[in-house]
Design a binder for this molecule. Structure first.
Ligand SMILES: Nc1ncnc2c1ncn2[C@@H]1O[C@H](COP(=O)(O)OP(=O)(O)OP(=O)(O)O)[C@@H](O)[C@H]1O
Length: 654
């Protein structure tokens, strides 16, 4: 499949076409070159998948739909036979015109009654399908969301997996549409079979002619769908790129730079260029579709002319009566209409099934990467958590983010981890919390290796407060309670956590106290400042820690970056006090003042453990820690001792 031509804006902004990592997608692109036969072969299985969901959703509704569609097919055949009876009475009957007209009445009455039954069945089918469809979509969506929320963190960071997450989101709506397409296809199939039966009885040659009329339309519809799917798949990254730009222009976080730095007009022009290149693809698709449909209609029209020609010849040669020919004309018209509709429906089924297939593939892949359930229970008392010679490399990186790192966290202690940017601190925290598994080395809770333990129980014991902790768009009370959502809590229950985090004044300022909604986007909601949010985050962490008495670990990663100096000193003090006989505290920070009272300090450098010890030991060692500490201390030293900054090496104006 040819690579799409992308705009120069994409090159300029992203250094080339924005795309997910290759590998999986290359394989995907190859398999997109589906033939019509392979598409048809894979469809029954995918239809089966959807029908299984429908069966699970509401089997009575599904059976009702099936019965009413079958009934409609039979009614269609009976209708044709009634028409045939009318034709015979009209064209082949004997007697005066009035007598012949009288003879028409039973046939006409039968046709009318059949029409009424048919429309009642159709209405019943519509109402049952309408009941079924939303349930199918709900089940497929729930499957999708549950699978996405249950995978290992590493999968979420994996670009291939993220691509699958993106494309599989179309699956549930397609599964819903597949139900109506299935119903329509079933309807088309049954009425086709019955019409074909009638045609076969009228004259055997009419059946192949009917197939000849519909085949070109089937080919055309299939080809158009195929092209559209291939286009969607190969353009998905580019559509995503322009959506990314669109979001940046409207997002609150980017709003200031968009205005002040003039990024708005700059990005808007790039957006337009990217959209134009996508429009060109749409235009290409439309032209190709027009051509395909024109060729299909022309071939179908030729086949139709040939059929009427054949009928003309049959009548002239005396092989077919005029009455039969009259019914045959109606039957060919009905038959070709239902065959055309069937082809369109199968085509729609095919198109939707491609997305349902992506949904199914996502569920399969997600199942392989789901956090394991079960395992040995975590002991109530563990004394210490030990990281032993752990190495971890992100799947898309060549070098290890953590290399042969060992550390011990005794219960009741405060351990600090420091190091320059990118030295592996956050990765270490993800390993310690059990969210990432070491490539080599072990993480032990007491005597037990993490790999044999029940991960859900391990997570139960971990409290995490990171710099970019989630600011949930819910009430202040719920923001705290979500630290342990299963634990019921009244506002009074949450107050100790609010007090602990010194968030009392923050809550007091809110119009409805803890009941206030914290999300600017909603009416009546309030937005907090960064520091105020951090206090809410700290209260959440306290709530989580306070609701478990078993031995556990509290991990705090840069918790004070948005706090003012006084609040920061207080926050460090509070975090230290969270160390209890049943709790080890790990603190990651760049603020050296916050770590000096830690029981043990580990210094990371390029993913390796550079040194460790107490504050005094490390200062005395005059190593990396001492250098970092001195650099920060110098900033607070008397003015005379602070060196003047050197003259700028980069001129302001070039
Ligand atoms: N999800 C990820 N996928 C790939 N590489 C990552 C990912 N997260 C971090 N890295 C890489 O791993 C290395 C260590 O990153 P980490 O975030 O652990 O450092 P850090 O010490 O916490 O940095 P900082 O002080 O800036 O927060 C870096 O080189 C980073 O680019």
């Amino acid at each position: 499949m040819a690579e799409p031509q992308v705009s120069d804006a994409e090159h300029e902004l992203f250094g080339g076409p924005l795309r997910y990592d290759m590998g999986w997608s290359q394989h995907e692109h190859a398999s997109l070159d589906l033939t019509m036969m392979s598409a048809l072969r894979s469809m029954p299985a995918l239809v089966g998948t959807t029908l299984r969901i429908a069966w699970q959703a509401d089997r009575r509704a599904l059976v009702s739909v099936g019965i009413s569609e079958l009934g409609q097919g039979i009614a269609a055949a009976a209708g044709l036979l009634a028409v045939n009876a009318v034709m015979h009475a009209l064209l082949a009957g004997s007697g005066s015109a009035a007598e012949r007209l009288h003879a028409l009445v039973p046939g006409l009455l039968a046709a009318a009654a059949i029409g009424v039954v048919n429309s009642a069945l159709s209405a019943w089918s519509t109402s049952r399908a309408g009941r079924l469809e939303p349930k199918v979509e709900r089940i497929a969506t729930t499957q999708y969301l549950a699978a996405a929320a249950a995978v290992e963190l590493e999968a979420i960071d994996d670009p291939d997996f993220r691509r699958l997450v993106d494309i599989a989101q179309h699956g549930p709506a397609s599964a819903r549409r597949m139900i109506s397409a299935c119903v329509a296809a079933l309807n088309g199939l049954i009425s086709l079979i019955t019409t074909a039966g009638v045609l076969l009885v009228l004259h055997p040659v009419l059946l192949p002619m009917l197939i000849l009329i519909a085949a070109p339309r089937g080919w055309g519809a299939m080809r158009v769908a195929q092209e559209r799917y291939v286009s969607v798949m190969s353009w998905i990254e580019h559509v995503r790129a322009s959506r990314l730009i669109g979001n940046l222009l409207t997002e609150r976080t980017a709003a200031q730079e968009v205005r002040l730095h003039g990024v708005g007009t700059f990005l808007l022009s790039r957006y337009e260029r990217m959209a134009e290149s996508a429009e060109a693809e749409q235009e290409r698709l439309a032209s190709s579709k027009a051509l395909t449909e024109w060729v299909a209609s022309a071939l179908s029209g030729l086949a139709m002319a040939a059929t009427y020609g054949a009928m003309f010849w049959l009548i002239m040669a005396g092989h077919m009566s005029l009455a039969v020919a009259g019914t045959a004309v109606i039957a060919v018209r009905t038959g070709s209409a239902s065959l055309g509709a069937l082809v369109m429906n199968i085509n729609q089924l095919h198109e939707e099934s491609l997305y349902v297939r992506d949904h199914g593939r996502f569920l399969t892949r997600a199942a392989l990467r789901t956090l394991p359930s079960g395992g040995a229970p975590v002991a109530e008392r563990v004394a210490e958590i030990v990281l032993d010679r752990v190495t971890y490399r992100y799947p898309d990186r060549d070098t290890a983010a953590l290399d042969d790192v060992s550390l011990t966290l005794p219960m009741g202690s405060v351990t600090a981890v420091v190091g320059e940017n990118g030295s592996g601190k956050s990765t270490l925290m993800k390993i310690l919390s059990g969210m990432l598994l070491p490539d080599t080395g072990t993480l032990r809770w007491g005597e037990d290796d993490l790999t044999g333990l029940d991960r859900a129980q391990v997570f139960e014991r971990v409290s995490l407060l990171t710099q970019d902790f989630q600011r949930w768009p819910v009430t202040a009370a719920m923001n705290i309670r979500l630290g342990r959502p299963d634990h019921p809590a009244t506002d009074e229950d949450l107050m100790p956590s609010v007090d602990y985090a010194a968030a009392g004044p923050v809550v007091a300022k809110l119009p409805a106290g803890l009941r206030s909604l914290l999300a600017r986007i909603f009416r009546g909601a309030i937005e907090l400042s960064g520091g105020e949010w951090q206090k809410i985050g700290l209260a959440r962490t306290h709530w989580r820690s306070a609701t478990s008495q078993a031995d556990g670990v509290l991990i705090v990663d840069e918790p004070t970056s948005a706090l003012d100096p006084e609040a920061e000193i207080e926050a460090f003090d509070r975090i230290r006090r969270l160390a209890a006989p049943n709790r080890a505290v790990v603190l990651v920070t760049h603020r050296m003042s916050g770590v000096r009272h830690a029981d043990h300090i580990y210094v990371l450098s390029d993913g390796r453990l550079a040194e460790h010890g107490t504050h005094d030991e490390l200062l005395a060692a005059r190593g990396r820690y001492a250098a970092m500490f001195d650099a920060q201390a110098a900033q607070y030293a008397p003015a005379a001792t602070v060196p003047h900054p050197a003259a700028p090496v980069v001129p302001d104006q070039v």
